[in-house]
Write a protein that binds this ligand. Structure first.
Ligand code: SF4
Length: 478
């Protein structure tokens, strides 16, 4: 480790120390003009999303934005060399990595791997910052594994952390300001990401958060119910500077604020792009919104139908989903030549064993372009987690199993084994060659994208049993 930064490292607060006070100032040995601050940003792998032996084929991958966004937020006055590694598509050598500061973003399913990486690097004297959804849901836990933790959105706190770091005053915890706005932000530094490893390189984000309070969702627990938005002109400028003709919006609910969504879609029309994104079934209630989405180039929507069972939707606080017939929702979207990825969750308390076949029948009847199934996950600190925890029904807190394909709680009307087996069976039934042919023949929407995507999902469906081994977490030399 170069001496210039070793003094800074000695000033890092140890995990047991108070979170709120800044570190005592230490003399910074760093001469800003002498050498750049080397920052390495990491997205850890999970059991399915991993470079070697992973289940996600290239056709299913898109470029994530977290690391490139964090890279763009390095304050201009700090001369820094930023590297990024997405372990979902790339390898990392933790023994040879040389950095002055490492930032790791973690979701719940990758938290154990994030902590493992942090421990190895900290043993080598490299300070580690943790952030992302899981540290936001479980800050006290994350703080035990890091020199500093960013809680909430990082747009203001990450630059402040870096300024504090270079002056030897990095605190143990940084919280999102309640006044955070998404104005005047730089564009993500996408050029740092090896886009040759993904199918869709041009990803973008216009909004954060959601207005709904679904019991199982991390969004209300982690970020509250007030969506944040980037100015529409900024989003348009970002697309223009990417020179992109196909983009994916990664927003969790692009239509959370309908007025904003209409303004955005209107501004997209002249760009003549094709785009995909996430929305709720409510998009089908508003013909003007849906027409605008189609006119602006929307070619694919991911929508959480979650369940065909009204009681399950009530339980999940997603009753708004059933106010319109799901067949009607699919028809309206299909009429606009928009392909539909419908997501369903199994394991609600009102689900019985009949829910699996009912759901598969529905996706076949409606010729759903790309159905997707998940087992309910009580992510920590969500409403669902608190309820199940209170009922003594959480069976493991091994976060690595909190990935939507493991049962981590006691279901009510079936056994955990039945929930797991039937979910796998639903996947296989939906992605048999015959079923793919029937669905796509009935839909005939966006086939050049739908066919490879279905084949990618078929691989996923037929390898679910074999991809969960313990090898992924602590592979040698990783
Ligand atoms: S609508 Fe979607 S993003 Fe919004 S709270 Fe519900 S599950 Fe989360």
């Amino acid at each position: 480790m170069p001496e210039t930064f070793s003094n800074l490292r000695r000033g890092i607060r140890s995990p047991g120390e108070c979170a709120s006070d800044p570190l005592p100032a230490i003399p910074s040995a760093r001469d800003p003009s002498s050498r750049k601050l080397r920052i390495h940003l990491i997205c850890p792998r999970g059991p399915l999303y991993r470079h070697r032996g992973g289940i996600w084929k290239k056709t299913m991958r898109y470029a994530p934005l977290t690391l490139t966004t964090l890279a763009s937020l390095v304050p201009p006055e700090i001369a820094a060399e930023v590297r990024i590694t997405d372990e979902g598509v790339d390898e990392i050598d933790l023994e040879r990595m040389d950095a002055d500061l490492v930032g790791i973003t973690a979701i719940t399913g990758t938290a154990p791997r994030a902590y493992e990486i942090a421990a190895r690097l900290r043993q080598r004297g490299i300070p580690v910052v943790l952030g992302g959804v899981h540290p936001t849901l479980m800050p006290e836990e994350a703080m035990q594994h890091a020199d500093s933790t960013v809680v909430g959105y990082a747009e203001e706190s990450w630059p402040q952390l870096l300024r504090d770091f270079v002056t030897g005053r990095m605190a143990h915890r940084y919280d999102q300001s309640p006044k955070l706005r998404l104005d005047n932000l730089p564009f993500p530094r996408r050029q740092l990401y090896n886009t040759g490893l993904v199918n869709v390189a041009h990803t973008i984000e216009a909004t954060r958060g959601c207005i709904f309070q679904c019991e199982f969702c991390v969004v209300p627990s982690a970020w509250g119910g007030k969506p944040l938005q980037k100015p529409v002109a900024h989003v348009v400028a970002d697309i223009q500077q990417m020179k992109a003709k196909r983009v994916i919006f990664l927003d969790l609910n692009l239509i959370a604020d309908v007025a904003y969504a209409k303004e955005l879609f209107t501004a997209l029309v002249p760009l003549k792009i094709q785009w995909g994104g996430l929305a709720t079934t409510t998009i089908a209630w508003d013909d003007e919104l849906l027409d605008l989405a189609a006119r602006s180039g929307c070619r694919g929507l991911l929508i959480g139908f979650e369940s065909l069972n009204q009681q399950s939707l009530n339980e999940a606080r997603k009753a708004f989903n059933m106010r319109r017939d799901y067949h009607e929702v699919v028809r309206k979207i299909r009429d606009r030549r928009i392909a539909l990825m419908g997501c369903f969750v199994f394991g609600f308390d009102h689900d019985t064993l009949s829910i699996f076949d009912e759901t598969v029948d529905f996706v076949m009847e409606t010729h759903m372009d790309l159905p997707r199934y998940a087992i309910a996950v009580p992510f920590p600190n969500t409403g669902l987690y608190k309820r199940l925890k209170g009922q003594g029904r959480i069976t493991t807190e091994n976060w690595g199993l909190y990935d939507g394909q493991h049962v981590v709680f006691e279901p009510k009307n079936m056994t955990a084994a039945e929930l797991l087996e039937n979910t796998h069976r639903a996947w296989k039934k939906t992605y048999s060659y015959l079923a793919i042919g029937k669905r796509l023949n009935g839909s005939r929407t966006q086939l050049p994208i739908a066919i490879p995507a279905n084949l990618g999902y078929r691989f996923y469906a037929y390898h679910l049993d074999t991809f969960y081994s313990c090898d992924w977490q602590l592979a040698p030399n990783a």
